[in-house]
Design a protein around this ligand. Structure first.
Ligand SMILES: Nc1ncnc2c1ncn2[C@@H]1O[C@H](COP(=O)(O)OP(=O)(O)OP(=O)(O)O)[C@@H](O)[C@H]1O
Length: 257
């Protein structure tokens, strides 16, 4: 099966620091791929290269088998790649519906939209309501509610719903539960599984081993700027994964999973 994303020999240098050192990467259809590694191992850097947030110095990125060279994250987004950040990239003062459409607002049909750039608020609110309902998130009272009135978990829910609504290729989630409490994390993990059930593959960067082992189909272990190996979480324990990640234990081959 053609991978959704595959990257080969990616190199990214920042001055004298080599953040990614000839790394490979592969995301398969329908899977949750966790990306783990020590601080500074290069997890964010490799994922940024894949979503156009940075341009690699070397290497090749293929999306569904076709070479791509993104010059901005907008280009990646236009291709159906969505990102959910740990620091909740939502605008607190704007409503849920407005947040879902930031940067891709729907305009009124005809002259009003085309020439006067008038927004089609009812259409955006309807779409936002449908998407939140689909993901079981309609505990929020109103779609017009400002995001700042929501709990941390609800906000992350909106961010995940937005990504799920627009992603046609895959979603990248960078530490989506890091800022959340236990109960809120649970809800977000369930959402992540729901998104997978809808057929959208996910790249999940996380330091939280129980979360990774709960949801991941495969784990990409990053160390010193490159992919050390990929493992199937059913074949290894959390302490094995940490031992590979820190160099305490010899890893299995590059493609154990
Ligand atoms: N914009 C940048 N400028 C300079 N150095 C950078 C930049 N971004 C990343 N680096 C360096 O590249 C290396 C890899 O960083 P990266 O953020 O990808 O690691 P990470 O595995 O995501 O770490 P963490 O788990 O701490 O978020 C680090 O040494 C980091 O300091």
């Amino acid at each position: 099966m053609t991978p959704v994303v595959s990257a080969k020999g990616i190199v990214k240098r920042y001055g004298h620091v080599t953040a990614i050192d000839h790394s490979d990467f592969e995301l398969r259809p329908g899977e949750i791929l966790a990306v783990i590694g020590d601080n500074g191992a290069g997890k964010s850097s490799i994922v940024k290269a894949i979503c156009g947030a940075t341009t690699p110095d070397e290497g090749e990125i293929l999306i569904e088998g076709k070479p791509v060279k993104f010059s901005s994250p907008i280009e990646a987004r236009d291709m159906g790649i969505e990102i959910v950040y740990q620091n909740l990239a939502l605008s607190p003062a704007l409503s849920i519906a407005d947040n879902m459409f930031t940067g891709r607002e729907l305009r009124k049909p005809g002259f009003l939209g085309k020439f006067l750039r008038m927004l089609d608020k009812p259409a955006m609110e309807k779409f936002a309501r449908e998407k939140l309902t689909e993901l079981g998130l309609m505990t929020v009272q109103s779609i017009k509610q400002p995001v700042e009135t929501l709990s941390g978990g609800q906000r992350q829910g909106v961010a995940v719903a937005r990504a799920a609504a627009f992603a046609t290729k895959f979603i990248i989630m960078d530490e989506p539960t890091a800022a959340l409490g236990v109960k809120e994390s649970r809800k977000v993990l369930e959402l992540i599984k729901d998104v997978r059930a809808r057929g959208v593959p996910i790249i999940l960067i996380s330091h939280n081993m129980p979360h990774v082992f709960e949801v991941a189909d495969r784990i990409h272990i990053h160390r010193l700027g490159k992919r050390l190996c990929t493992i199937d979480p059913k074949d290894y324990t959390m302490s094995d994964a940490v031992a590979f990640m820190t160099g305490a234990k010899e890893p299995p081959g590059q493609d154990a999973a």
